[in-house]
Design a protein around this ligand. Structure first.
Ligand SMILES: [Zn+2]
Length: 293
């Protein structure tokens, strides 16, 4: 048995996994706490010891944003949770179970590549469009990994040199135009809405699909997405690209239009061949399933 943990910006998912089957799963919405590090460590400690009681655990895999480092078992720069450094050495020493840390998008991509939307392909790219854009690249059946840091961060490809300011310090990054967070902010501004759940926002967008500003917003989103995708395609020549994250939730307003435009604009792509654009299939389980791979 293995324990797969997905440490997200707003929740933690912890699963007991046998081979690739989730036997038991806990999902916890993270509250805003003063000592967030202690709060997270307590949650991890509680559930690891609970799962360990009745099972023989051979590996704990943790998927997380930021920079996970397997040489010192620390994750640095988890920006969304305001954590500079999460030190997991206590867990390593207490349980004496091997621990593997992974970037969250790479973990989700691995799960999609092995069990989900990309399982039929050897050369593929996974893009997680959510708060930002995370990514994982596969060539000849293998995940490409950089030597020092996370690497293959396709969300920070510049698509407009004078563009919007990105958290990474550059301007005009792909994720400043095509994160779902940015899309939602713009849609709410146009429709004069306060904070509302994504389900309601999607309905409001559908109700206002004829609104000129909304249709322009969707068109621009697709335009920018195609610029980003065309760069990815020119570099890696993938057979397929899987789009995941909250993009999947908004698929009704994006997917058909994207497919249509991509086929229409064949000329922008390397040798005119358009890879298959698929939607991620494993939803929230992807991070937990990929963390133990
Ligand atoms: Zn950036």
């Amino acid at each position: 048995m293995r324990i797969g943990i997905d440490l997200g910006g707003s929740h933690i998912g912890i699963a007991l996994i046998e081979n690739n089957i989730i036997k038991e799963k806990i999902e916890i919405e993270l509250e805003k706490k003063e000592n967030i590090v202690l709060y997270i460590m307590n949650i991890l400690d509680y559930y690891i010891s609970k799962f360990k009681e009745d099972n023989n655990i051979e590996l704990i895999g943790i998927a997380s944003p930021g920079n996970p480092n397997n040489s010192d078992f620390c994750i640095t720069n988890i920006v969304n949770l305001g954590i500079e450094r999460l030190d997991l050495n206590n867990i390593v020493e207490k349980y004496k179970i091997p621990i593997k840390l992974k970037n969250d998008s790479k973990a989700a991509g691995l799960a999609e590549f092995k069990y989900g939307s990309l399982k039929e392909y050897e050369d593929a790219v996974f893009l997680c469009l959510g708060t930002g854009i995370g990514s994982a690249v596969f060539l000849n059946g293998r995940l490409l990994e950089a030597n020092k840091y996370v690497g293959f961060e396709l969300g920070h490809i510049v698509i407009d040199r004078n563009g919007l300011q990105c958290n990474c310090g550059k301007k005009g990054c792909f994720e400043t135009y095509c994160s779902i967070k940015r899309f939602k902010e713009n849609a709410k501004r146009i429709l004069k809405l306060e904070e509302i759940p994504s389900e309601e926002l999607l309905e409001k967008i559908k109700d206002n699909i004829a609104n000129k500003e909304i249709s322009k917003l969707i068109e621009e989103y697709i335009d920018n997405l195609i610029i980003g995708l065309s760069n990815v395609i020119d570099v890696f020549e993938p057979e397929a690209i899987s789009l995941g994250g909250s993009f999947v939730f908004f698929k009704d307003i994006f997917y058909k239009k994207l497919e249509f435009e991509m086929n229409k604009r064949k000329y922008v792509f390397n040798k005119g061949s358009v890879p298959k654009i698929v939607l991620a299939e494993l939803k929230n389980d992807a991070g937990m399933l990929g963390a133990i791979l």
